[in-house]
Design a protein around this ligand. Sequence first.
Ligand code: SF4
Length: 308
Amino acid sequence: MYVDRDYPEFSWSNSRHKTFLECVRKYYHQYYEAHNGWLYDAPEENKSAYRLKNIKNIPILLGDLIHKAIDLQLKNILNGKPLFTEDEMIALVTRGLNNAYLDSTKFRPMWLQKPKRHQMLYEIYYGDGLSKDAIAAAKTKLEACIKHFFLSKTYQEILNKLEMRVLYSEDFQTFEVNGVDVFVVLDFIYQDVSREKWIVVDWKTGKESEDDRKQLALYSLYLSREHKIPIEDIIIRNEYLLSGNFQEYHLTQFEIDSAQQLMNDSIYHMLKYQEDPVKNKPLGKEYFEMNPSKKCSYCNFKEKCQKN
Ligand code: SF4
């Protein structure tokens, strides 16, 4: 239920942690200044932070749209509905990209008013538009990801009617750690009944990265805490849709304890930026240091820093 608040509720997520490490000023814009920026009578700095926060570049938007299309397909299977073909899924995602292009160009005034309902593309807002190369790269990536989704181990297991129990399909999940709400995004979780194992599937549309494994400990922590599933029964599977590879991991208690320690440390440092911990009122913007780096060139909030 939506509650009108002067300040956002404090919560923790892996992406919040990454933003905090990257640049504390960016963290301020994203997690404090953008709050209430959706209100008609909000101050302009809050409105602009909210607009900028919702801008997406093509790779991010493409990843989101592919995740949504996969989620729809999985729900179609679970609900006994007709399934999309590969071409239909590609067309669905392409429509989403085309709509984002129209929102960013022809319907820009509507985006200015409702930045969550209409999409602004980073390449158009801050750049010269979409190059032919960018469009061709997005098309190639989309076709590869959808093709590999259809061939993926997870999809094949579902189609082959492996005896399974499904727990979730793409939703935000929250659990509480030391009084703080922690958000995790779980793409798909099912139990392989014959093996008595729980499989957590993470669809990846980017390249394989060292960082992938770190996120996984949070998923295991969530399942063991909220669903009382023993850690040794949890398998985490990264499905790399770009390459068609997958990786499976069994995490140890030590890795999960380390993840919890990292979370505690991260929360401890974030809380230092509160003026009023009860309300989660932040210190003044000047306390949130800018951290200029090469990442500034693709930061959503760079126009705010350029004005300083
Ligand atoms: S442009 Fe750079 S300094 Fe400014 S908020 Fe973004 S990352 Fe931080």
